[in-house]
Write a protein that binds this ligand. Structure first.
Ligand SMILES: [Zn+2]
Length: 84
């Protein structure tokens, strides 16, 4: 079971919950706050990477996918700041 997390187009860091770990903690009867701590995964990612695969502490795969930009919001371009 793979967790897929959608990341905003400009994000360079993420914080998410591993769903299998959350299920496991729930099955084990952990307190909800302990379950969140056990399932929490954080890290950084390259801004140019559209898909990044990370693993939680229990080695479950988590796929980070960037949300596609709407056509009206093109990728940031420094040249736009050079209007004299
Ligand atoms: Zn996990």
């Amino acid at each position: 079971m793979t967790t897929t997390v959608w990341i905003s187009p400009s994000a360079t860091a993420f914080s998410c919950l591993c769903e299998p770990c959350l299920d496991r903690a729930r099955d084990a009867g952990l307190l909800f706050s302990d379950a969140l701590t056990a399932a929490s995964v954080r890290g950084s990612l390259a801004v140019e990477a559209d898909v990044t695969v990370v693993r939680c502490a229990a080695d479950h795969e988590i796929v980070l996918r960037r949300v596609e930009r709407p056509p009206g919001l093109p990728r940031h371009d420094d040249r736009q700041l050079q209007i004299a």
